[in-house]
Ligand binder design. Structure first.
Ligand code: 5GP
Length: 298
């Protein structure tokens, strides 16, 4: 099932993997899991089909990646940086490809055709992760003015990737099951989800109660909260491109997953797509300014 939990602290976790793998969905583990974290997880061995190992692009990241891939027999590697347009990303991917010729290599994030093609042709990656600014905990567009509307990015990037034998992940911006159908309909081969998979029993952190309503915390990986957590402080030359949000507590993750899968199945039935990969050719997009009849409230 080509749905992937984002490699964020709150969603790219072993507990999320335990739920999603039962549905044959993939969990992209966060970069902060060490070799020891993988070794100490002795219950329920990880199935290489259903997890990705994430890495940054420096030397130390590469050494950690090699150790973790060897220990876990990982099949998927995700080279993940906020700005996939740096030249180092392409050279790093090429090195990962040479080291792990049999792994499926994912790299990103980018949001335009040219860079998708560059990563596939010169970085030798299989799948490009696409999305600059659509994330629910992301402030890049406000802080920098940079980004591409996510459906447009998916349509353009998928076209580029499919033209040179690669695939894409539409990463970020999913707010409801209908968005998932639109991402696949636009040509995404996989969709990555963060915020919608947060706020459950299986996500880390305590349930907070404010005015009788329950919440869990969810935060962007470039937020000040994440920077303080992982690096002790936020470098003063940069501004925070992510935020900390309170997500309504939603109970077991399995309930949300079933809701998403049910919506996706029904979308396929409406458009007469027998498989997810047939969705683009069964989809027609119309520009609308309202989707839902909100007469009786949202
Ligand atoms: P969501 O499903 O919550 O809309 O989007 C998840 C995606 O948002 C992640 O996979 C990642 O690409 C992106 N993201 C996560 N944290 C941050 C952040 O702090 N800043 C930005 N710009 N993007 C983020």
């Amino acid at each position: 099932v080509p749905i992937i939990a984002a490699n964020m602290d709150t969603t790219g976790t072993f507990e999320v993997y335990d739920v999603l793998s039962k549905f044959k969905m993939i969990t992209c583990f966060n970069k902060f899991y060490s070799l020891r974290d993988f070794e100490e997880r002795d219950t329920n061995p990880l199935d290489p089909n259903y997890f990705m190992i994430s890495t940054g692009i420096n030397e130390q990241n590469f050494c950690n990646l090699c150790d973790i891939v060897e220990a876990t027999k990982a099949k998927w590697i995700c080279v993940d940086v906020a700005n996939g347009y740096m030249h180092n990303v392409v050279t790093f991917c090429d090195k990962v490809r040479a080291t792990f010729p049999d792994c499926i290599i994912v790299a990103g994030n980018v949001a335009t055709r040219e860079m998708v093609e560059e990563l596939i042709l010169n970085g030798k990656v299989d799948i490009v992760k696409c999305g600059i600014g659509p994330g629910s905990a992301c402030l890049t567009r406000r802080k920098t003015g940079v980004g591409v509307p996510q459906l447009s990015a998916i349509i353009e990037c998928a076209d580029g990737a499919h033209g040179c034998g690669g695939m894409i992940i539409g990463d970020g911006g999913i707010t409801c099951p209908g968005d998932l159908a639109k991402a696949f309909g636009g040509g995404a081969d996989f969709v990555m989800i963060g915020g919608q998979f947060a706020g459950h029993d299986e996500n880390p952190g305590e349930i907070q109660e404010i005015d009788g309503k329950k919440f869990k915390l969810f935060y962007g990986m470039s937020s000040e909260h994440a920077m303080n957590k992982h690096y002790g402080k936020m470098a003063n030359y940069r501004s925070s491109e992510g935020r900390l949000v309170k997500v309504p507590y939603k109970g077991p993750l399995e309930v949300t997953v079933r809701d998403y899968l049910g919506g996706l199945r029904s979308a396929c039935a409406y458009i007469n797509a027998h498989k997810i990969k047939h969705m683009p050719k069964c989809t027609t997009f119309l520009l609308v300014n309202q989707q839902l009849n909100t007469h009786f409230g949202k």
